[in-house]
Design a protein around this ligand. Structure first.
Ligand code: HEC
Ligand code: HEC
Ligand code: HEC
Ligand code: HEC
Ligand code: HEC
Length: 455
């Protein structure tokens, strides 16, 4: 374990110098070829269980995923002439989404004919750029150039031979490869190298490791690995020992049950008996309870978490939607209330047509990041972001939302349910439609219900 950690992220100047250094040395020192890395299929022979979990995970779809494919080829490549700063924007995508392509200098690999996603998985028989973030890339890693690591500043140790596989087992032995113990695997930097991203306009468009390093989990020594690769009992390989501890490679995220319960919404103090016409002021608390970083995190420009509040009949049917009141003191509040105004762009606002922003019921509280392009317009293109405006939940933070509504005069007497639902979705429907990829499901994070009698 590292004994200290210098946080350089606060200093813009250091970042500038470091980021250009990282890029130069990455470019000069590391010339690899695809075949320096063994294919995941080879590992599956003995590590089948890890292969299956990897193939379920987004890491296996880093390059071939339908969303990445559409954004990279249809939006990124046509945007690069816009500004000198963007002339190498595609290299950054490849650096994190297909590291063996990056290290082989293959910055525009052939487009995937049949992209995959969470519902349409491939068989995992991937051999070149399509391997995404795969076994032999991670297990031949040597170190990172920065601390904390960011922008694919990894140094790989892969050679033409079958390399020793690096990890942190005690006394491993394998017939296929030598093994080597390194502490890199017990460090958040192995994740930060790709999960922290500084874009060409020096905006931190991804900062999961940085968010984590400010959380209590970091202080308690709980790593990304502890939550995303939970310790489990069993054999790491067909051969080898039954071990009390090794790690589940599932890398659960925003497609899995991991999102359910990640935050809790609770209605605070509401009268039980009310009369038609009565105005009711109440609050809802929203607390991030299970994430080791902000919620949402990662691709924050498209991940949406929103709170839908309504008065429902006993059978659950909505009779009144209760919108969150606009906070007039905060000029940015409009970014945090769902809206279907046509104000969002898939690329730079001068290169694409505006589309509906959220594709959700309007008036709900939204926790996310708004990225603005150089014209001040709302964009889903993180590489074009010049300013981030955000209201995401910090780990263990409880946010209090104020609501006010009037019971309609004509509402029949009887029992009703005041309902608050916190939802998550990976990408707004209008963006999915624009990119011609499958719409992503809505996952319920939390729900609270209070009975109200109208009489
Ligand atoms: C012929 C079987 C076989 C194949 C093929 C194989 N491994 Fe292994 N591997 C093992 C065994 C056995 C162990 C040791 C397990 C133990 O000691 O509990 C092991 C251990 C490891 C370790 C732990 C190293 C450490 O120091 O902690 C890593 C990492 C690893 N393998 C990665 C890979 C990768 C990546 C591939 C594919 C490129 C691969 N293995 C292919 C059998 C295999
Ligand atoms: C994103 C990087 C990454 C990828 C991709 C990855 N691993 Fe690992 N692997 C790790 C880390 C990190 C650890 C150590 C986890 C810990 O100790 O908490 C590990 C540990 C291991 C170990 C040692 C036993 C254990 O579970 O602790 C084996 C064996 C292994 N990985 C095999 C594989 C195989 C096979 C694949 C592909 C099917 C794969 N890994 C893909 C990061 C990765
Ligand atoms: C080489 C770059 C790279 C490394 C190293 C890496 N990741 Fe990732 N990770 C990615 C990319 C790229 C994606 C998104 C792939 C996609 O969906 O297109 C991703 C996706 C994920 C997801 C899934 C998110 C979701 O919403 O489903 C989780 C969880 C995750 N990574 C955790 C980790 C952890 C933990 C580590 C360190 C042990 C790690 N990653 C190391 C690049 C990396
Ligand atoms: C205390 C447990 C915990 C720790 C520590 C933790 N995570 Fe997470 N992570 C979660 C949970 C729960 C979710 C699901 C909710 C969500 O999507 O944010 C999640 C989600 C994610 C996602 C998907 C985000 C999205 O919605 O697209 C990524 C990527 C991720 N984590 C990466 C990391 C990385 C990298 C680290 C370390 C720097 C880390 N996590 C540390 C619990 C944890
Ligand atoms: C510093 C590393 C890094 C760079 C550079 C990077 N990405 Fe990513 N990307 C990630 C990680 C990590 C995730 C997963 C975050 C999450 O799940 O929330 C991700 C997620 C995504 C996703 C969402 C995938 C999904 O299934 O929801 C898309 C699309 C994407 N990136 C496209 C790109 C494009 C296009 C570029 C280049 C302009 C790029 N990325 C540059 C690391 C990077």
């Amino acid at each position: 374990m590292k004994s200290y950690k210098i946080k350089i992220l606060a200093s813009g100047l250091t970042i500038l110098i470091l980021s250009s250094m990282a890029f130069i040395s990455n470019k000069e020192n590391q010339k690899k070829q695809y075949h320096y890395f063994e294919n995941p299929q080879v590992c599956s022979g003995c590590h089948i269980e890890r292969f299956i979990t990897w193939n379920n995970s987004q890491h296996s779809k880093g390059f071939t995923g339908d969303f990445f494919q559409a954004q990279y080829y249809d939006v990124v490549l046509p945007s690069m002439k816009l500004d000198e700063k963007l002339s190498e924007a595609n290299k950054d995508c490849i650096g994190c989404h297909s590291p063996s392509a990056f290290l082989s200098g293959d910055m525009i690999p052939p487009r995937t004919v049949e992209p995959d996603n969470h519902w349409n998985k491939s068989d995992g028989n991937k051999t070149r750029a399509d391997r995404g973030i795969f076994c032999d890339f991670c297990h031949t890693l040597d170190r990172f150039e920065n601390d904390p690591a960011f922008n694919h500043d990894y140094i790989s140790h892969a050679t033409e031979e079958v390399d020793p596989k690096r990890a942190d087992l005690i006394f491993p032995w394998s017939p296929h490869h030598e093994t080597e113990t390194t502490e890199v695997f017990e460090d958040a930097n192995i994740c930060g190298t790709c999960h922290n991203e500084l874009n060409p306009y020096d905006v931190w468009v991804k900062s999961t490791e940085y968010e984590y390093s400010k959380s209590v989990y970091f202080t308690r020594g709980i790593l990304c690995q502890n939550c995303h690769m939970q310790p489990m009992e069993g054999k790491p390989a067909k051969m080898g020992w039954q071990r009390p501890l090794n790690s589940n490679h599932w890398f659960g995220g925003g497609f899995t049950g991991f999102v359910e319960g990640a935050a809790i919404a609770s209605i605070i103090e509401i009268p039980e008996i009310v009369s038609p016409g009565q105005t009711i002021d109440f609050q809802i608390g929203v607390e991030a309870v299970a994430t080791g970083h902000n919620f949402p995190t990662g691709s924050v420009e498209e991940r949406d978490v929103w709170l839908h509040v309504s008065l429902n009949k006993i059978d659950g049917k909505e009779v009144l939607h209760i919108p969150v009141p606009l906070n007039k003191d905060d000029p940015n509040d409009k970014y945090f209330i769902t809206s279907n105004d046509k104000v969002a762009y898939a690329s730079h606002s001068t290169l694409s047509e505006p589309m509906e922003r959220d594709g959700l019921p309007e008036g709900d509280r939204l926790y996310h990041s708004a990225f603005l392009d150089s014209e001040g317009e709302f964009t889903y293109a993180q590489w074009l972001c010049v300013e981030e405006i955000e209201n995401r939940l910090r780990p263990l933070e409880e946010r209090i939302e104020d609501y006010s509504f009037s019971i309609p005069e004509n509402l029949p007497e009887g029992e009703y349910l005041l309902t608050a639902i916190l939802n998550y979705r990976r990408m707004p429907d209008p963006l999915a439609d624009y990119l011609k990829v499958d719409r992503r499901p809505v996952i319920q994070v939390s729900k609270d219900v209070r009975k109200i009698v109208v009489r």
